[in-house]
Design a binder for this molecule. Structure first.
Ligand SMILES: [Zn+2]
Length: 471
């Protein structure tokens, strides 16, 4: 008996669980997340529901948001007018089986029948066939991957919120969704609470939360789009043009970054759109005289800056040229530094440190922001940093390796420093604006001259882009 149970477990694992895991981890033949800068996707499962779906459609219309509905076939059959309305109002309709039952519990032929039957119902109401499928509870089996990957696109999600339970309440739900409201996210919500495990009136809470989320999305300039549009945009995204091996390297490297951030407890200046991270540490190099005359000595507290490398990677692959990249970086830094100054002022440990510190490739970029550039003493640290920065640059920069060979002599890591008092004066709200304005003007001048001199600016951009984990 035990053996039999064990075998059943193995078979069911093989049939449903393991492919599920594979799709979740590798996104294999399954769409889970898009790209883009201003678009996210609202998706609603289990409906249509006579009570809540009309309210949801009204709400979406009010905010001009487009969504994707994964309908249960039997519910669609009972509420054809709602399916018609979804279609007429520009939403995408996908399939969520004919009855809300897990594919794990059905034979492949039964799953197939469920899907075809639902497709037929949708077609009879809207006149269009659909090719988007979301299995209940996201459970995919091997058969789904093999067969449906071709005809139907399997759509999972990047975030779900437990909105099928009424007791979560609109406030907590709002907070959870806002935490995930970012470009590229595929949000899973439910407009029907009559399926197993859900509460019939849970969608009421969802609708209250959703209204607040739509309001906030509008404020942040984010727009909900249909899944088919998100898939199309992702296929045309610049990331797609990178080779698989390079993408794999980038993925591994971003995982390493995440670990590094956790390990060293890096703080993020603007968590909604990370560009800079920092941590407090003790300075360990030789004594240096800073521009304001103070001395930086071994053991002094410094704020160490790190660029967000995922952001840099995105800048890199999206920019048309080195000049474009540099302009993007400079604009983002102009916005970010005052925020950083404000944050450090409020952090007692940081505001009493001596200087801002980072490691960067040489050049004039950071100087324009008021940083002082200091040579790193040749040694193991300097050499390993150089290797790491070169690697980063080859991954981040549009023309990668070839540029490295051309300008190898420029790529020497140096220290970047600014006395903390200086930094506050330049960038904190209450500080003197004179310096800041002056700095701004000189940066603009250098941008203009650089139009005819790409090399100097790209060198500047390199300096900006390579303040990295120096370990
Ligand atoms: Zn469902």
């Amino acid at each position: 008996m035990q053996t039999l149970l064990l075998w059943l477990f193995y078979i069911s694992s093989f049939y449903a669980f393991i492919p599920g895991l594979i799709t979740r981890i590798f996104g294999f033949r399954v769409f889970r997340r898009g790209s883009g800068e201003h678009e996210y996707a609202l998706t609603f499962d289990d409906g249509p529901d006579a009570q809540y779906t009309p309210q949801l459609l009204d709400l979406l219309k009010r905010y001009n948001a487009k969504a994707t509905f994964f309908v249960v076939g039997s519910h669609a059959e009972q509420n054809p007018e709602l399916v018609k309305r979804m279609h007429d109002e520009g939403h995408l309709i996908g399939i969520h089986n004919y009855v809300h039952k897990s594919n794990w519990l059905m034979r492949p032929a039964t799953v197939s029948k469920q899907i075809m039957k639902t497709d037929k119902i949708i077609h009879s109401i809207t006149g269009e066939r659909t090719s988007y499928y979301r299995p209940p509870w996201g459970i995919v089996n091997l058969f789904d991957l093999k067969k449906r990957g071709g005809k139907f696109k399997i759509v999972l999600w990047s975030a779900m919120f437990g909105d099928w339970r009424e007791r979560i309440g609109a406030d907590r739900l709002t907070e959870r969704i806002l935490n995930k409201l970012q470009p590229g996210e595929v949000l899973l919500l439910h407009d029907c609470g009559t399926t197993a495990g859900a509460n019939p009136d849970a969608p009421q809470q969802m609708l209250i939360a959703l209204e607040r989320v739509l309001e906030e999305a509008e404020r942040r300039g984010l727009k909900s789009i249909r899944i088919d549009e998100m898939i199309k945009a992702k296929e045309n995204a610049p990331e797609k043009k990178l080779s698989h091996s390079k993408l794999a390297v980038v993925k591994l490297w971003l995982i390493w970054e995440t670990i590094f951030h956790k390990l060293f407890r890096l703080k993020t200046v603007n968590p909604l759109d990370p560009l800079l991270h920092y941590r407090l540490r003790k300075y360990s190099g030789d004594t240096i005289e800073l521009e304001d005359g103070t001395k930086l000595q071994k053991g002094d507290k410094v704020v160490e800056l790190h660029f967000d490398n995922e952001k840099l990677f995105r800048f890199g692959i999206r920019s048309r040229s080195s000049v474009h990249l540099a302009i993007q970086m400079i604009r983002s830094m102009e916005k970010e530094l005052p925020t950083l100054a404000h944050q450090l002022m409020e952090d007692p440990a940081a505001s009493t440190s001596k200087a801002l510190y980072g490691v960067t490739m040489v050049n004039r970029g950071p100087q324009q922001f008021g940083f002082q550039i200091v040579e790193l003493k040749d040694g193991l640290f300097s050499r390993s940093t150089r290797l790491y920065l070169k690697f980063l640059l080859s991954v981040i920069h549009p023309s990668g390796q070839s540029r490295l060979k051309e300008h190898a002599q420029l790529l020497v890591p140096k220290m970047l420093l600014m006395p903390i008092a200086d930094f506050f004066e330049r960038y904190a709200e209450n500080g003197s604006h004179r310096h800041h304005l002056e700095a701004k003007r000189s940066r603009r001048d250098s941008l203009e001259t650089a139009e005819g001199n790409e090399l100097s600016l790209s060198a500047a951009s390199q300096g900006l882009e390579s303040s990295t984990p120096a370990i």
